[in-house]
Design a protein. Structure first.
Length: 94
């Protein structure tokens, strides 16, 4: 007998004060105004949803993401908090 357990996860999409700059970016993407008491997971994806980079951010108000290795193009920074709140910010890599 096969037993499948399903555990739904609710992710809330919200407008946040989180900012990402510069845009367009050459080497370092600065992520600012994070909640210094929260943990985050950041994923850099392209328009097709392919993940090119990721990082875990632990209790800091800002983070510098090295995107130097990415090819030129349009990308998205998906920032997910430990409380499952999601912010997606579009940026251009030069």
């Amino acid at each position: 007998m096969l037993l499948i357990l399903y555990s739904p996860v609710t992710i809330t999409v919200f407008k946040a004060a989180i900012s990402v700059y510069p845009n367009p970016v050459k080497n370092i993407l600065h992520i600012k105004r994070l909640d210094a008491n929260a943990k985050y997971q950041v994923r850099i994806t392209n328009e097709k949803g392919n993940v090119f980079a990721s990082a875990s951010i632990d209790k800091t108000a800002s983070y510098d993401f090295n995107v130097q290795g990415l090819h030129r193009g349009i990308y998205y920074a998906a920032i997910i908090s430990s409380s499952n709140k999601l912010v997606i910010i579009k940026f251009v890599k030069e």
